[in-house]
Design a protein around this ligand. Sequence first.
Ligand code: ZN
Length: 161
Amino acid sequence: MNIANDHVVTFHYRLRDADGNALEDSHDGDPLSYLHGHGGIIPGLEAAMRGRAAGDSFEVTLAPAEAYGERQADAVQRVQRKYVRTRGKLTPGQVIEVGTDRGPRQVVVVKAGKFVVDVDTNHPLAGRTLTFAIDIVEVREATAEEKAHGHAHGPGGHHHH
Ligand code: ZN
């Protein structure tokens, strides 16, 4: 089965930057699943997945615009400590999670005070050219429920929203 809209794709990936530094490796844990054609993964990667099949391995290099976007210069915001979900001491450069009106969001600590934290709201990988090495594990038809929800559900139909 070749990947097309409304297929659930399960894959492993290794991610490295333009200098060849390893950034992430899903092989340490479970593979990821997404519903193709619904914007569940970054645009350049979703486009590169189309037409592939289980067992395929390939690499794709994505410019920032196809990945996590360009860095915005004026993206530093001051947030109250109470909205910070990451526990413990905060250090500049650390990626933390903050609660927002639209759900949790990853940001980077610029400066941590006692009651407020200055954070850079750019995605930690914004502005970077990224190479993904993809191993496709499984391709299947989405269930009616997955199509209705617009995302993939895990093994046994478990999912979190
Ligand atoms: Zn769902």
